[in-house]
Design a protein around this ligand. Structure first.
Ligand code: HEM
Length: 269
């Protein structure tokens, strides 16, 4: 049968389609390989170590993880819950920024508008508020878990200090967020809170002036609390959470009762 121009055209089209799909497959294979450098999980211990080490997602874990530290009853998942709450707060906080305006004459009305005129505005605000309150409770409980399992002992004393900084940042985020709705509760809570702070020796009065930008709670204070709440404190929190996770990795993962040279008690064994 003679080959017609039409047949040639169809064959060319097919080749083009094939070469595109095969190139696309190779592209994805390369992307996949760059993330998970091992195909099947090797059976031997050395191969398994390399597989974990060369996997973008798994290499956050130490090469060996103790079975004990994976038990839910050991950590109660509190650190992970605190991380998830921080992510929820970041997401809902950025969303709230579309509606909020840090002005003493506007802030309160914006909050009322959010509740009544914006679709799901009421839900958005409440998710942010409840997640913030839950985070304070969860971080305190996480600290108690770390203390009662003796996980603050060497080699994790540095991470304990990082944890204390995270606790202070959590409390400061909660405090600065309190003023933003600019209602009576917020106004008087911050008036009382900053007055208490001013009684701290030496730094008390300068700290109060720094926070309020003057002697009373007004427009200056609102802008300062806003900048601290949406930029400075979340930025510091992200940096210290990254250091916290890096230290967990460097301290050979979570503590467990049979660690060499550590007296971590580890709760129930
Ligand atoms: C924003 C606050 C915090 C976040 C997001 C966070 C996150 C985490 C996560 C995910 C873990 C591993 C899993 C777990 O133990 O649940 C962990 C472990 C740890 N955290 Fe935190 N944490 C926070 C605050 C604190 C505080 C306040 C302390 C103590 C003052 C602390 C000290 C530690 C220590 C020492 C470990 C290692 C525990 C072990 O080896 O058993 N963290 N943290």
């Amino acid at each position: 049968m003679p080959i017609t121009a039409e047949m040639r055209e169809t064959a060319r089209g097919k080749m083009h389609a094939e070469s595109f799909s095969s190139r696309f497959k190779v592209f994805w294979k390369n992307v996949y390989r760059s993330l998970f450098r091992y195909g099947r999980m090797p059976r031997d211990a050395e191969g398994q170590s390399y597989a974990v080490f060369n996997n973008l997602f798994l290499h956050i874990h130490p090469v060996k993880v103790s079975k004990h530290s994976l038990k839910f009853t050991y950590t109660l998942g509190l650190g992970v819950i605190a991380t998830i709450l921080f992510l929820i707060l970041t997401f809902t906080g950025i969303w709230l920024m579309f509606y909020y305006f840090p002005s003493a004459t506007e802030a309160y009305n914006r909050m009322l508008d959010l509740r009544s005129s914006v679709d799901f505005g009421f839900v958005l605000r409440n998710v942010h508020k409840w997640a913030a309150e839950a985070m304070v409770a969860v971080v305190i409980l996480h600290m108690a878990r770390v203390f009662f399992t003796g996980a603050y002992k060497p080699p994790r004393e540095f991470n304990w200090i990082v944890g204390v900084i995270l606790l202070l940042l959590t409390l400061m985020l909660s405090f600065t967020g309190y003023l933003l709705p600019w209602d009576q509760l917020a106004f008087w809570a911050i008036t009382v809170g900053t007055s208490i702070a001013s009684y701290a020796p030496v730094l008390g009065e300068p700290l109060r002036k720094f926070l309020l930008g003057g002697d009373t709670v007004g427009q200056e204070a609102l802008v300062r609390f806003y900048v601290l709440h949406v930029v400075i404190l979340p930025g510091l929190m992200s940096i210290f959470i990254a250091i916290h996770f890096w230290r967990i990795r460097k301290d050979s993962g979570l503590s467990h009762p049979n660690e060499n040279g550590s007296s971590a008690r580890g709760g129930a064994t």
